[in-house]
Ligand binder design. Structure first.
Ligand code: TZP
Ligand code: MG
Length: 293
């Protein structure tokens, strides 16, 4: 099978950072994240020698294989290849996707860090398999890098067609806002590997992602329901996607007319139109009044 990851299983992507867990080994902390449900792991080591990084890569390859989780090496396509990792992750200033692809072939995953939608579009065109979207918030893990905010997450959710992970300063306290902006996958470093309980931190992130899924499914159901609302309007059946009386009147081009709206026999004052929800089967009477002042 070619570099295919089951992205449905990748909700939480965890990256190593030894400096956040002095006294505990990378293997131990990363195994805890796998126990907690991390769906993808990355080795990121900005200070070690290539020999050290290659050794860590080999150890994490064995560990991730035991848990059936994809494993990515940051920065070094050659180490990824040598350790038989599933792929490599590249920053904007690293080797190009094309060069990494030439070395790794089609069987490996290539991820790219992006900080704006132009980066994202380029990564897609270049054949990246996934992108990182961030840093969403400022973070000590990548000091001096401006936050892209949830505005970029929202843009990515609309426009990016390959899987993306939101990254940068994400913790269980702010993950809700990132998920609400449209992220289905989160990547985190300090909030997970810097936690005294990495497995618990993973479970909490996954719980928030599940909660986001349920909210999104609810919103979708709501939209489907909305599409099929049928009301009786002045005695006639009328199908509408309007969600409230105000939008119904706008849809009918009647909003600015001198009207009285009656819903189920009760007059609804104009000030309440906006928050009067429409429901299937409601009877609405619109009565024009003329003259007077
Ligand atoms: N790329 C963008 S932000 C970041 C990387 C590697 C660091 C994220 O770390 P943390 O600790 O989750 O903020
Ligand atoms: Mg890099």
């Amino acid at each position: 099978m070619k570099r295919r990851v089951n992205w449905d299983l990748v909700r939480l992507y965890v990256i190593t950072a030894q400096e956040y867990h002095p006294g505990r080994s990378v293997a131990d902390v990363m195994e805890q994240t796998l126990i907690g449900g991390a769906g993808m792991l990355q080795l990121r080591n900005k200070t070690g020698s290539k020999a050290e990084i290659a050794e860590q890569a080999r150890a994490l390859r064995v560990l991730t294989r035991r848990y059936g989780v994809p494993f990515i090496v940051n920065d070094y396509p050659d180490i990824a290849l040598e350790a038989d990792a599933d792929g490599v992750h590249l920053g904007q200033g690293d080797t190009s996707v094309q060069e990494a692809r030439a070395l790794l072939g089609d069987d490996k995953i290539i991820g790219v860090s992006t900080h704006c939608i132009e980066h994202a579009m380029r990564a897609e065109r270049d054949g990246a398999d996934y992108i990182g979207v961030g840093p969403v918030f400022e973070t000590a893990t990548k000091p001096g890098k401006a936050a892209v905010t949830t505005a970029y997450v929202r843009e990515a959710a609309k426009l990016v067609t390959i899987p993306f992970v939101a990254i940068g300063g994400i913790t269980p306290h702010n993950a809700g806002s990132v998920i609400a902006a449209g992220a289905r996958r989160i990547c985190a470093v300090s909030a997970i590997v810097g936690s005294a309980d990495p497995a618990g931190a993973c479970r909490e992130m996954l719980r928030l992602l599940d909660e986001g899924d349920r909210a999104a499914a609810g919103a979708e159901r709501h939209m489907i329901d909305r599409a099929s609302v049928t009301v009786t309007l002045n005695g006639n059946r009328y199908d509408t996607t309007a969600t409230n009386l105000e939008s119904l009147l706008t849809e009918l081009g009647q909003r600015d007319k001198r009207l009285v709206a009656e819903l189920g026999g009760e007059i609804v004052p104009r000030i309440r139109w906006q928050d009067t929800a429409l429901a299937d089967g409601q009877r609405i009477e619109l009565i024009q009044f003329v003259g007077g002042g």
